[in-house]
Write a protein of this length. Structure first.
Length: 348
C-alpha cells in the first residue's frame, strides 16, 4: 500500500471532519504520548534531553505510536513541542527537568534578528518523524500534526518561560505593539511553513494550540488570537487547498463563536469550562466540536469519570463530535483510567 493510499483512507476522525456524525465518536487525547506511559519513560530516559527526543525521528515516531498500540485511539498526534518554532527561528530553547521550558527572553532587537524558520534542520527532523509515523500507522488511523498558535508561542518567547498571567507578552503588546506585531508576523510565517511541511510529509490534519488565548481581553483576542490564526489558516490552504485544520483556543469562552467564524478552522477544541449546551447550539452548527473532559476527572477516575463521560456523550453526540480531553492528560494519570475511558466511549 502506498503512503498516499494510507493517508487517504479517511478513518473515523477524517469522516467526522468531512461532515459525518459517527456513533461512537472518534477518540484521542491531547498529550496522549507522554509521561503517563511507562513505555514512554523508557524511551525518554535513553534519548538525552527532551529536544533530543523531539529531533530524533526514530525515537519520536516510536513515542507517537505508543498510545495507538496500547489503546487503539483513532488518531495519533505527532510527538514534538510548540517551541520547535522559536528554536527554528534561532532562539535558544531548553527544557529544565521539573520546571519546564527556558528561552532567552526576546526584545525588539531580538525580534529584528530572527532567522527564517523554513531553513531549519529542526523542521526537517520533524518532517521525517511525520513520514515515518504515516508509513507505520494503519490506514484507518489519522495522523495529526500541530503547532502552537503565534500568541501562545510569543508568550514564552517574551517571558523566557511560562508565567501565570502572561504579563510580559501582554505588556510588550501594549507598550510596543509594532514590535510585537513583527514577532507575531514572523511566527505566522514560520508556523505556516512548519504546518505545510507536516502535511506534505503525511499528516492528515493539523491542530493549532492556543493554550493561552483565554488570558486575552476582547480587543486583544481579536488582534493576537483570531487574526494570526486566520492568516495561518489562509497561508496553509493557499499552498495545500483543502488542508484540514483544527483550532484549540483554550479558555476562549464566549469568544469561541467569533473564533470559529473568522479563522476558518474545520473543527474547534473546547476546554472543560465550556457548557455543553453552548457547544451544541452555537458551535456544532458550524463545525465539529472536539473535547472536553476535565483531565483531573480522568486522573480521579471512578464513578465520577463515568458520569462525566456519559454527560459529554449525551450532550454532544447529536452532532459532529470528536471525544477528547479539555486539555492535555496529567502525567500521573493511571493507565487503567484511560482504558476505562476508551471502553466507555466505544460501548455507548
Amino acid at each position: 500500500m502506498t503512503d498516499q493510499a494510507r493517508k487517504s483512507d479517511g478513518g473515523k476522525f477524517i469522516r467526522t471532519l468531512a461532515g459525518e456524525n459517527l456513533q461512537p465518536p472518534p477518540i484521542w487525547m491531547m498529550r496522549q504520548a507522554g509521561r503517563y506511559l511507562p513505555e514512554y519513560r523508557v524511551v525518554r530516559k535513553s534519548a538525552g534531553s527532551f529536544l533530543d527526543l523531539c529531533f530524533n525521528p526514530e525515537l519520536a515516531s516510536t513515542v507517537t505510536l505508543q498510545p495507538i498500540e496500547r489503546f487503539g485511539f483513532d488518531a495519533a498526534i505527532l510527538f514534538s513541542d510548540i517551541l520547535v518554532v522559536p528554536h527554528a527561528l534561532g532562539r535558544e530553547v531548553r527544557f529544565v527537568e521539573g520546571e519546564g521550558p527556558r528561552l532567552e527572553p526576546i526584545d525588539r532587537a531580538g525580534i529584528e534578528s530572527l532567522v527564517p524558520g523554513n531553513s531549519s534542520d529542526a523542521f526537517d527532523a520533524v518532517f521525517e518523524t511525520v513520514s515515518l509515523v504515516r508509513n507505520r500507522l494503519d490506514a484507518d488511523k489519522t495522523l495529526i500534526g500541530f503547532c502552537g498558535a503565534p500568541w501562545t508561542v510569543a508568550t514564552y518567547m517574551v517571558a523566557g518561560r511560562g508565567t501565570p498571567d502572561k504579563a510580559p507578552a501582554r505588556l510588550m503588546a501594549s507598550r510596543d505593539p509594532d514590535s510585537f506585531q513583527k514577532l507575531i508576523d514572523r511566527l505566522v510565517s514560520a508556523s505556516a511553513d512548519y504546518l505545510i511541511g507536516q502535511l506534505e510529509a503525511g499528516a492528515d490534519v493539523v491542530q493549532i494550540f492556543d493554550s493561552w488565548a483565554g488570558i486575552l481581553g476582547e480587543d486583544d483576542f481579536e488582534r493576537w488570537c483570531i487574526a494570526p490564526t486566520a492568516e495561518l489558516v489562509r497561508r496553509v490552504r493557499e499552498k495545500i487547498p483543502g488542508a484540514r485544520m483544527i483550532g484549540f483556543p483554550k479558555g476562549a469562552g464566549l469568544m469561541l463563536e467569533r473564533y470559529v467564524a473568522k479563522t476558518g478552522v474545520d473543527a474547534v477544541g473546547i476546554d472543560w469550562t465550556v457548557p455543553l449546551d453552548y457547544a451544541r447550539d452555537r458551535l456544532q452548527i458550524r463545525v465539529p466540536v472536539q473535547g472536553n473532559l476535565d483531565p483531573l476527572i480522568l486522573l480521579a477516575g471512578g464513578e465520577r469519570l463515568d458520569r462525566a463521560i456519559d454527560r459529554i456523550l449525551d450532550g454532544l453526540s447529536g452532532g459532529r463530535f470528536i471525544f477528547n480531553l479539555g486539555h492535555g492528560i496529567v502525567p500521573d494519570t493511571p493507565i487503567e483510567h484511560v482504558e476505562r475511558l476508551v471502553e466507555r466511549v466505544r460501548q455507548r
